[in-house]
Design a binder for this molecule. Sequence first.
Ligand SMILES: Nc1ncnc2c1ncn2[C@@H]1O[C@H](COP(=O)(O)OP(=O)(O)OP(=O)(O)O)[C@@H](O)[C@H]1O
Ligand SMILES: [Mg+2]
Length: 377
Amino acid sequence: MLLLFFSYIPANKSRKSTSSSKRMSKVESEISSQSGTIPFMPKDIEDFRLMSGYGHIQIFTYNELSTATKGFRPDLVIGEGGFGFVYKGVIDELVRPGFPETHVAVKELNCDSLQGDKEWLTEVNFLGQFKHKNLVKLVGYCCENEHRLLVYEYMASGSLDKHLFSRMYPAPQWSTRMKIALDAARGIAFLHAAERPLIYRDLKTSNILLDEEFNAKISDFGLAKEGPTGEKSHVSTRVMGTYGYAAPEYLNAGHLSTRSDVYGFGVLLIEILIGRRALDKARPEREQNLVDWGRPLLIRPSRLVKVIDPRLEAQFSTTCAEMVGKLTYDCLNQNPKARPTMAQVVQTLQTIVNSCKDIEILRLEASNADVSISSKR
Ligand SMILES: Nc1ncnc2c1ncn2[C@@H]1O[C@H](COP(=O)(O)OP(=O)(O)OP(=O)(O)O)[C@@H](O)[C@H]1O
Ligand SMILES: [Mg+2]
């Protein structure tokens, strides 16, 4: 999927977009900059080159990555984002003697710009320091001359957007969707729980990657930003991210906080629940913005069950749908302080997943009992 990234594309260059969600940069310059930097955060590529690296993260040459992707063969392209193509590859003996065979996704940045470099650096830096089962693993990188590449663990089932919105894939089941939501929430909650919270800023279905068992991991840390320190509730910064996912206080005033991620998570949840994209120009006008149209329905049980993704049919109980609806509604509150924290979201989702399992078991037992009563008659 290719997304526009307006903030660093020169005005005379345009990029096509095949996606309904678009990158944005509403405000051209920083509203104000935040004092204090991340420990170990290199200020630019030159600074970065002087560093000794990130221990467990491999530094690859361009040649090695060319071998890993068979010369960046077009049929090995597995995706395309705002920065360029993503290739499937293998790091093995041929690439580097003694390296255990590892399936990887290689992302090559095609943009020769300061902003591109900055995001590449942010991604390497944060993924180089954070490790969690719900964050995609960075295997290594290449920073040779003008080449900027990132090498990630290969996520065999690709991104969530394909499964939710492409008719080429079977629609994920209710229980799978809840598990994916819980995994994503855990990844974000982990970032928020750091000594100085990290705001992820880029929640969207294409950034949730799935392994072969549909375990979900967050990817793309290029827009991540340190949260406020002390008593401050937010940092002020220019608006970047993807249309449809940005919280109102961030969009309107550039106020970014961990609660902005909670809003983005709310958008993700409503997409998972209703099975529609956050923005969809193909729908009737009043339904094009999913949050505007759908949020009021989330707390009206009789309306909610009618708008839940029809492909889910009878896979969920009304009680479970109501619980998810209420959580989504709260995450999408206009007032950031009224939104739950990400830790609370994890707790609520965990409760929903557990109690819905119990409800499902009771429902199954009841329907089995019905079957055996009617067969005895
Ligand atoms: N580690 C990975 N394993 C498997 N597939 C991946 C991996 N990383 C990316 N992809 C695939 O490549 C696609 C493009 O990813 P990329 O992050 O470049 O763009 P995007 O998320 O669609 O858009 P944006 O540029 O706005 O982030 C993803 O949607 C996914 O299908
Ligand atoms: Mg992405």
